[in-house]
Design a binder for this molecule. Structure first.
Ligand SMILES: Nc1ncnc2c1ncn2[C@@H]1O[C@H](COP(=O)(O)OP(=O)(O)OP(=O)(O)O)[C@@H](O)[C@H]1O
Ligand code: SF4
Ligand SMILES: [Mg+2]
Length: 360
């Protein structure tokens, strides 16, 4: 990168040379704090006179903290609200209620100048790299696009060189700077998206299912690249996936989401070794095991029924319509996300650690 000073400064801040889990997590300093964050989308009827007939509770009281240098995995089935959380984090959506703090400052009350700086520091990469890249722009223009809003980051003169350095850093041939997105493979397109995010020297990157659309072998390459970049630049990641196996390798902590809220949160050892929420246990039981001798030892849990509509979630515990442990209290009292003796928080009245997959 041309701006070597900034790069060196970032690299010095970063605990280099080791991956996220080896570092043992964040430095403890919270960068992003979500406090009872909610996003309800109005459900309307009528063509001329739109009438609100209900709300989709896409995100319904999410409390999470992302520490500096940390990777927080966020996992849950399709439609549980993961992308809505990511859009709230990058200020593409405004929360219905709750707080979103960045370095202690409430993002929802930031003025235009502060919001502009925030949007630079908190970047996003998307699941579908093709849809998120403008097909009529060259890679060079895509990577450099953010500099027109934030010209202070890259002086106009050295931009081409800077773009090519970024391309090289993410594993793309810098000679392809004038090519278009369709001339690249899926994995390469995701690298373009990563270069575009890096160009703005962010503190945080929200990764919304960045590898879900890629082949398994390419997934590992992109995850490795993200880990390397984290080590080099001291980045913090919120890493979203619908499969627990994907986030395992990269996350320091994992939060499991079901129908708009977090049901369990903990370290790798907590969530994979001692899951205590029935939903986490069911999700884990569907993760494929690569070690053939361990496969027979997996606890098989088949979930009944579909995910209820977020426009009309079940009373009490939202998981109760699919839970084999549900009792009367589950229909009347929403279980708080607290530690009930398992050493990490779980939103279940009857939280109980259960080994679902053998520890490899
Ligand atoms: N702009 C919107 N207007 C109305 N409803 C929305 C809007 N955006 C999302 N939703 C609804 O909110 C819920 C959560 O959607 P979201 O995209 O956040 O889920 P997700 O966990 O990212 O799913 P996936 O794994 O499929 O990406 C869904 O029911 C979705 O239909
Ligand atoms: S609170 Fe009840 S319904 Fe919800 S997960 Fe626990 S046992 Fe199941
Ligand atoms: Mg999504």
């Amino acid at each position: 990168m041309a701006n070597r000073d900034a790069e060196v400064h970032r690299a010095e801040q970063a605990p280099t040379g080791r991956n996220a889990s080896e570092r043992g997590g964040s430095t403890g300093e919270p960068l992003l704090e979500l406090r009872d964050l909610k996003k309800h989308f109005p459900l309307t009827q009528g063509v001329l006179f739109k009438k609100t007939v209900g709300h989709v509770r896409a995100v319904d009281g999410v409390t999470l903290t992302l520490g500096r240098g940390e990777t927080l995995g966020l996992v849950g089935e399709s439609g549980c609200g993961k992308s809505t959380v990511s859009k709230l984090l990058v200020a593409l959506e405004r929360p219905t209620s709750g707080e979103l703090l960045y370095k202690g400052r409430d993002v929802t009350t930031m003025n235009r100048r502060e919001l502009k700086a925030y949007r630079r520091e908190v970047q996003i990469i998307f699941q579908d790299p093709y849809a998120s890249l403008n097909p009529r722009m060259t890679v060079g223009d895509i990577v450099a696009e953010g500099w027109s809003v934030h010209p202070d980051i890259a002086p106009r003169k050295g931009r081409l060189q800077r773009t090519q350095e970024l391309m090289e850093r993410v594993g793309l041939n810098p000679d392809y700077v004038n090519r278009y997105p369709h001339q690249f493979s899926g994995g390469q397109r995701q690298r373009i998206g990563i270069a575009r995010a890096l160009a703005l020297q962010p503190e945080v990157i929200v990764c919304d299912e960045p590898v879900s659309a890629l082949d398994v072998s390419v997934q590992a390459q992109v995850v490795n690249l993200l880990e390397d970049l984290q080590n080099d630049f001291g980045l913090s990641y919120l890493f979203i996936a619908h499969d627990l196996s994907v986030v395992r390798h990269i996350s320091d902590r994992v939060a499991v989401m079901y129908l708009g809220s977090i049901v369990e949160e903990g370290t790798d050892a907590d969530v994979y070794g001692r899951p205590s929420h029935p939903y986490t246990q069911a999700l884990l039981s569907s993760v494929p095991l690569h070690e053939p001798r361990l496969r027979g030892q997996k606890d098989r849990i088949l979930l009944q029924g579909d995910v209820p509509s977020p426009a009309d979630p079940p009373s009490g515990c939202r998981f109760r319509t699919r839970c084999w442990k549900a009792q009367d209290i589950c229909a009347t009292e929403p279980p708080a996300l607290i530690d009930r003796g398992q050493g990490h928080p779980s939103a279940c009245h009857f939280a109980e650690a259960r080994t679902v997959v053998p520890t490899e």
